[in-house]
Each structure stands twice: as C-alpha cells, then as structure tokens.
Ligand binder design. Structure first.
Ligand code: FAD
Ligand code: 2HG
Ligand code: ZN
Length: 474
C-alpha cells in the first residue's frame, strides 16, 4: 500500500508551489474527459516546469508504487487521459513545458516541448516559413505530447501521413525516472531498434514524451478549398479518385460528411452557414495545396469539378474565393464533433477500411445499426482519403440518453463486425484508451498482444504508466 501523504510531500518539494494541484476544485478539469464518458478522482495533478523536475517526480512515484496518468490537452476521444475512480493515481500535465527549443528552416525541423499545443507548434513552423502538416479540430487544445502519444491523424494524413511520420527525435522520461534524450534531427539513423516509434502511439503506457523534433515541409503557395454536394458515398469515392489521379501531390485533404452531421452543425453551431443553394445527403470537402509557384491550382480544381459535374458525381459545388471563405467551409467540417455533442448522446466508431471499401462500409454499417435500433441516427463523416470514417451514431430522437449509451458495446460491435468483414481496423486514429481495451484480445490477440505485453513489461514492469489503458487487464 503506497504511503500517499509521504509521496505528496516529496512531490511538493520537487515541484514547488506552482507545480502541484491538490484542491478538488483545481483538479476537477483533469479528471473528466471531453466526451464526458469517464470521471475519475486524483489526489494530485503534477505540473513540472522542466524535464529534470518531471524525472524526479517520476522516480518518486515509482518508488512509492503510485500510478501516473499523463495528460496533454485532455481531448482524447477514448478516455485515454483520465485517472481511475479509486483516487489512487496522480495526473501529470505538461502544460508548463511548452517552449520552442529550436526551429530550423534549412533542416526543416522544429524542436519543441511536449506541453505546447499543436496550434503553437504550427505557428512556430509558420514563423520560419514552413508548415507542420498535422491538422485536427482540437489543435487549439491538443498538445504535441498528446498527438504523438496517440499517433494522431487528422485532415492532412492523405498527403503527409500520421503524427508518427513527422517525428525525427524524442525526449522521453521513463517510468523509473531515467531520461532518454533521443532528440536527434537526422533524416537517416539506422542504429538499432527505432525506439521513438515505440513511444509514438503508446498512449502514455510506456513513458512520458517531454520534447520532440518534428519534421516540417515547405509552406503552400497556393491553396484551394471546395465544398461539394455529392450523389452518394460511391460518388464521393469516384471524386477522390478523380482528384488523386489528376495530381496526387496536390490533394491536401479529402473529407466526407453525411447530411445528418452537417444538419447538426447548421442547427447548433453559431454562425455556421451552408454556402450551397440547398442541403444534400452527402458532402465532400476537398483541399488542394502546393508549394510550387504558379501551379494553377484554381484551374485544376475547376477542371476536375466540371468533369465530376458532367459525370453526375457532384450535383453542386462552391470554391472558396478568400481565406475567410476557406475557413468558413473548414469550420463546417471541424464542428462536426461539437454539433453531434450538442444534438444528444452519441456512440463513436473511429474505424478504417481500405479506401475502396468506404461506400460499402457506410451502406452495410448503416443498415446493421438501423436493424439493431430503429430510429438510430447514422452520422458517418471523416477522412475518406485515408479510408478512415468516424461511423458515429446519434441516439433516436425520443430515446433516453443513458439508455442509449448503455448499449454502446452492442452498437460498436455491430459496426465492427462490418469493419472486420472489410479487413479494416476498429481504431484508426483515436487510439484505444479506456474505451476499447476490451476489443484488443479479439482483434490483436495471440502473438501480437503477447508482444505488446512483453514490451510493456520490459519498460514498465510495475505497471504504473497510465494503468488500465490500451492493454486489457489480465
Ligand atoms: P490527451 O487527450 O490529454 O491524451 C491522449 C493520450 O495521450 C492519453 O493516453 C495520455 O495519457 C497520453 N499523453 C498525453 N500527453 C502525453 C505525453 N506528454 N507523454 C505520454 N503520453 C501522453 N484525433 C485525431 O487523430 N484526428 C482528428 O482529426 C481529431 N479531431 C478531434 C477533434 C475534436 C473536436 C476533439 C475533441 C478531438 C479530436 N481528436 C482527433 C482526438 C484528440 O484530439 C487526439 O487524440 C489528440 O492527439 C489528443 O491530444 P491531447 O493533447 O489532448 O491528449
Ligand atoms: C474528426 O475527424 C475527429 O473530426 C473527431 O477525429 C471525430 O467526433 C468524432 O468522432
Ligand atoms: Zn478524425
């Protein structure tokens, strides 16, 4: 049994007056998740100011046998950053560790502390004329440590890959307090196992990411954004293929949205306006971008859309005429999570299938969910260019929210049966967190789960890092 009061006194010494919160009113924002699925308790929220303080705090927690829950912006969609209900785990926030350590336009790298928000990292890249090509709706709150720990995807994965594709180096504090300084900014470095990729996507279960070297790209010189009403998910896929074969290097984002989700945004989000003459059952947002000068992107956008209109794939489309219009169109997409939240209770399925199978996924999963629960509202949207659809379900209009949420596993399993049949994944970009460990044995059992447990045991033998997340309890 841990001597918690003694540990808290020791942590206070290490972290100083500004480095720890213990009052329930102060810790409250750190113990519930964005979706309000989970609510825990903690004796303390640790707020180290630098890596040395953080390392000492980790060593103290390890010596006391107390679990540590790392938290970034607390925007996890799977309850990944909340402590347990029993009040035995401390929360560790990196919010005070948010400095840009270096930015290099020749190397095209940004060395930044893990507590910086993704938006701050994007701004730091922009300040040296570069682009950090990772964009997610929560970027104002999500932190560099969080996006790496979850291997976030988002809107630009279709062109630049996931967060793991942007990491050259990491600094990590291990569960026993050792510091691994792997902040190398090398494009080539074949020196044994690639340790940084172990920590990327590990959701705080192996160590604390304290800083990273991120790979940047040149800033685009031309950007074009269009919102299209499309006939069906099949038509959306055909449109993607049209843009991709025309110039794959220009497709910066290709996002699908069902009419249900768009209607929620138009109903609940202040200032949201559809820039098309009428509503549709299916929409696509496409962004083209290029760093090449005089690339003629506007002409390319118009030509592809004209051909798609003629082919009957697109029934109506608008191309943004200004930065403000581009932002307004993007807002309609980025507010989908918030619109859905305000409409009522929802069950989310962040799934992926081969890109070519997206229409089949939407058709079959819609049918299966409607058969399971008449009146359920199907709200698929997301990163169609990556085969990653957020196959979300909204409660029937007249159903009690709690009764709907009580059936979450049944609904998730119904969608996942279709996903499995299409050779997909039950978690595309949000991770496993606290919500999905129960699915791991079925989807990743055998040698794969065995290897994951062996890695966990090697790095965190006492099981103190983010207990209860990712791996199912044995
Ligand atoms: P948190 O939620 O605080 O933590 C997430 C996980 O990372 C937890 O397991 C936590 O323990 C761990 N962690 C956090 N910091 C560290 C650290 N420094 N070291 C080790 N482990 C750490 N996700 C996408 O992939 N794509 C999207 O398009 C997207 N859009 C979103 C839009 C909205 C409106 C919202 C609310 C969420 C969205 N998300 C999206 C989900 C979420 O924003 C991402 O998973 C994000 O990467 C989490 O970052 P965070 O800093 O908030 O991490
Ligand atoms: C997005 O793409 C996020 O907007 C959140 O990944 C998706 O709310 C969701 O399910
Ligand atoms: Zn997403």
């Amino acid at each position: 049994m841990a001597d918690l009061p003694a540990l808290l006194r020791r942590l206070q010494e290490i972290l100083g007056p500004a480095g720890m919160l213990t009052e329930p009113a102060d810790t409250a924002p750190f113990v519930a998740d964005w979706r309000r699925l989970y609510s825990g308790r903690t004796p303390a929220v640790l707020r180290p100011a630098n890596t040395a303080e953080l390392a000492s705090a980790m060593a103290a927690c390890a010596a006391a046998g107390v679990g540590v829950v790392p938290q970034g912006g607390n925007t996890s969609m799977v309850g990944g950053a909340v402590p347990d209900e029993d009040g035995s785990q401390v929360v560790l926030t990196l919010a005070r560790m948010n400095r840009v350590r270096a930015a290099d336009a020749v190397d095209q790298t940004l060395t930044i502390e893990a507590g910086a928000t993704l938006k701050a990292a994007q701004d730091a890249a922009e300040a040296i004329g570069c682009l950090l090509p990772l964009s997610i709706g929560s970027e104002g709150s999500a932190q560099v440590g969080g996006i790496l720990a979850t291997n976030a995807g988002g809107n630009n994965t279709v062109r630049y890959g996931n967060a793991r594709d942007m990491v050259l180096g990491l600094e990590v504090v291990l569960p026993d307090g050792q510091v691994w300084n792997g902040l190398r900014r090398l494009r080539k470095d074949n020196t044994g196992y690639c340790l940084r990729q172990l920590f990327v996507g590990s959701e705080g279960t192996l160590g604390i990411i304290t800083a990273a070297v991120l790979k940047l790209v040149p800033r685009p010189r031309e950007v074009e954004v269009a919102l299209c009403a499309v006939a069906s998910p099949e038509a959306a896929l055909a449109l993607f293929h049209r843009f991709y074969t025309n110039d794959p290097a220009a497709v910066q984002a290709f996002e699908y949205m069902a009419g249900t989700g768009m209607d929620f945004v138009l109903r609940h989000i202040e200032g949201a306006v559809l820039p098309l003459s009428e509503r549709a059952a299916h929409y696509v947002l496409v962004e083209l971008a290029t760093p090449r000068p005089q690339a003629g992107l506007r002409g390319a956008m118009e030509a592809v859309l004209e051909a798609a209109l003629e082919a009957g794939e697109v029934s109506n489309a608008v191309i943004a005429e200004s930065g403000a219009q581009r932002a307004a169109i993007w807002r309609l997409r980025e507010e989908h999570s918030e619109g859905q939240k305000r409409e009522g209770a929802s069950v989310k399925n962040d799934v992926s299938v081969p890109v070519s199978k997206v229409p089949e996924l939407i058709a079959r999963a819609s049918e299966a969910c409607r058969a399971l629960m008449p009146g359920i509202r199907v709200v698929p949207f997301g990163h169609m260019g990556d085969g990653n659809i957020h196959f979300n379900l909204e409660q029937p209009v007249d159903m009690d929210a709690a009764a709907f949420l009580a059936r979450d596993h049944e609904i998730m399993d119904t969608v996942c049966a279709v996903v499995r049949d299409l050779d997909g994944s039950f978690s595309a970009e949000h991770g496993i967190g606290k919500l999905k460990p129960y699915m791991m044995p079925d989807w990743r059992g055998g040698a794969e789960l065995g290897l994951m447990r062996a890695i966990k045991d090697a790095i965190d033998p006492a099981g103190l890092m983010n207990p209860g997340k990712v791996l199912p309890c044995v």
